[in-house]
Design a binder for this molecule. Structure first.
Ligand code: PRP
Length: 227
């Protein structure tokens, strides 16, 4: 079982050391309150989407704590002030469809980020990921990729995404998934020990159809009202 830590200790934030891979669970009351709200089958799509957006912001706040920064100076209306800018290129990589629901709120925090979509769906019969859209280039990888997908069930879709990012040559990958299964995060963490996997909640099991239990149903269908 992958070891799970509570976000990133302050001592490791913004250090020059390579960020430590692993599974980071965000045990914040606001985060857990939104997850509880989303689990409820009576939560309507508009309210479900709202919670996805709020959680994307809270997760991105945690997941970007260790981004490298460099000093800059800025002229205020009064005097020069010291500030910072984020180093390097950041790519948001939403896994279609459901990952799209997390893009705009994260872009609000990181307006300079590039968005590289990956189209993957899970074959209902085999539960294996099928790629239907991948326009990642062969060169000039981003420095940091933030993969967004509300659900990590078997881990097959995230594994396919991380494999594509590894082929592109992305050195630093962060996964933002709202809810995951224990076996899914264990599998991804084992195959990609350098990746940072952020989750709000890890549920114990998958059912026969490879759905997370208790989970929250199909996030894509609930976001886009196609249940
Ligand atoms: C869901 C979910 C993940 C994937 C998780 O997508 O959004 O992408 O399944 O399952 P896995 O970890 O077992 O691969 P789905 O295939 O339902 O597509 P959608 O986002 O278009 O609804």
């Amino acid at each position: 079982m992958a070891s799970i830590v509570d976000a990133i200790p302050p001592s490791e934030q913004q250090s020059s050391a390579k960020p430590k891979g692993g599974v980071y669970q965000i045990n914040h009351p606001l985060v857990q309150r939104h997850i509880t709200w989303m689990r409820n089958e009576e939560t309507r799509p508009s309210s479900f989407r709202h919670s996805v957006r709020r959680l994307a912001v809270l997760m991105a706040y945690e997941a970007t704590k260790d981004l490298p920064i460099e000093p800059v100076e800025v002229q205020t209306p009064v005097a020069m002030a010291e500030g910072v800018k984020i180093q390097g290129r950041i790519g948001l990589v939403p896994i279609l469809r459901a990952g799209l629901g997390m893009v705009d709120p994260v872009l609000d925090l990181l307006p300079m980020a590039e968005v590289w979509h990956l189209g993957l769906y899970r074959d209902e019969a085999t539960a294996q990921p099928v790629t239907y859209y991948d326009k990642l280039p062969n060169e000039r990888p981003v420095d940091v990729a933030l993969v967004t997908d509300p659900m990590l069930a078997t881990g097959g879709s995230v594994t396919a995404a991380l494999t594509a990012l590894r082929e592109w040559g992305v050195p630093h990958v962060k996964v933002l998934s709202l809810i995951a299964s224990q076996e899914g995060v264990d599998m991804v963490a084992e195959q990609f020990p350098e990746a940072q996997i952020y989750v709000c909640k890890i549920d114990p099991v998958l059912n026969d159809q490879k759905f997370i239990v208790p989970g929250l149903g199909d996030a894509g269908d609930r976001i886009f009202n196609t249940v």
